[in-house]
Each structure stands twice: as structure tokens, then as C-alpha cells.
Design a binder for this molecule. Sequence first.
Ligand code: URA
Length: 216
Amino acid sequence: MLIAQGKVCIEGVVVRDNLQEVTELSDVICDGKAINTHKAYYIMLNKPRGYVSATVDDEHQTVVDLISEPFAEQLHIAGRLDKESTGLLILTNDGIWSKLVTEPIMEIPKRYLVTTEKVIIPEIRARFAEGFYFAYEDITTLPSELEIISEYSATVTIYEGKYHQIKRMFHAVGNRITSLHRLSVGCLELDESLDEGSYRSLTDVEITATKSLCSE
Ligand code: URA
């Protein structure tokens, strides 16, 4: 009835369709009254080594243990890092937003700084550009970019997030990762002022820029 009368707005738009999807975070106004009570949270954490990217774990400390906020238990992780990896980790309670960031079809670039056990030889750049065949899953990774910084360090940009992807790519070229640090996800860059284990809220600009990047 209220919908037929044009008295329901979702995200500022009058609803015409009875089947319009809403989540608990949707901004819903019904006959002039805001009827949602949940607030959306978006956190950027500089993940330290040794924490698992999970909300609960029987054995290890989790990244959520680092978030001292009353809303911490509502959060989930938008794109995990391995326990020994460090750097940019995003946590949110907005499932629609995090789906945009993590959906494989979006091919959001993720940039990492790596250090290795052996010298990184320039010839392997072509292998990264071609993609690697992972027999276990029977898939070939999307082309990625390797930029060599020094003999033992490089940045790698990947457009998906297969299990231990970067470690396996280096393993495939006879090298081994000694550290892996995420610098960026799409247009979100790790804030350099964040010490390891520290976090801050994303700004409105960062939240909307990510949304628009994902809907391009
Ligand atoms: N690739 C890996 O191997 N580990 C990570 O944590 C992220 C990407």
C-alpha cells in the first residue's frame, strides 16, 4: 500500500517495485520515518604477522581481536590475508559493499610488496604476465604484473585472490616468499600512518570511490 502510494524510499529513491531488495543496512524511509537502525562500519587495518583473517579461531588470535570497538563482532573480512602476511585488510558489516570488493568478476587489482629468498630474475615477468596454471584447481590465473624493485624485492599486482596465490606463483618459478605485505585493494591504499595492528575508519570518499570503481 505505502509502496503504491510512493511513500517508501530506499537509498533516497522512491520504491516502485515490491520486490526491491533491502539489507539491514539499507537506508529505508517509510512514510517519512527512517526505519533502519543499523549503522555501516568500514575499517582499514594494518594487519600484523601471526593473526588469522577470521572472526573466531580456537588456536590463534584473529584480526577482529585487534578491533577494540563495540561493533567489532558485527564485522567480517573483505578479502583475507594469510596468517603470516601483513598490510591492508578491510573489515566491514556491509555485506553488499564487501561483495563488490571481493567478487572475482570485478577483477579488482590488489598490490603487494614481496621479499624473496632467492634473487628475482627479470625473465619471470613474462610468466606473471601469462598467468600460472594451478593443477590442483585446474585453473590458470589471470595475467598479473611483477615490478622488480631490487634483487630480493618486488611489487606484484593480481586481479583475483586464489588460495596462497602469490606464494604459489613464486614457488612455480623456483623462488620462495619471505614476506608479503598488501599495499592496496582497488583504490584503497594502506594508510602509511597506521602502525602494525592499528586501524581507522574508511573515509566517505574511500567508501564511495570503491563503490564506483566496482560499478564501472
Ligand atoms: N597471496 C598469498 O600467497 N598470500 C596472501 O596472503 C595474499 C596473496
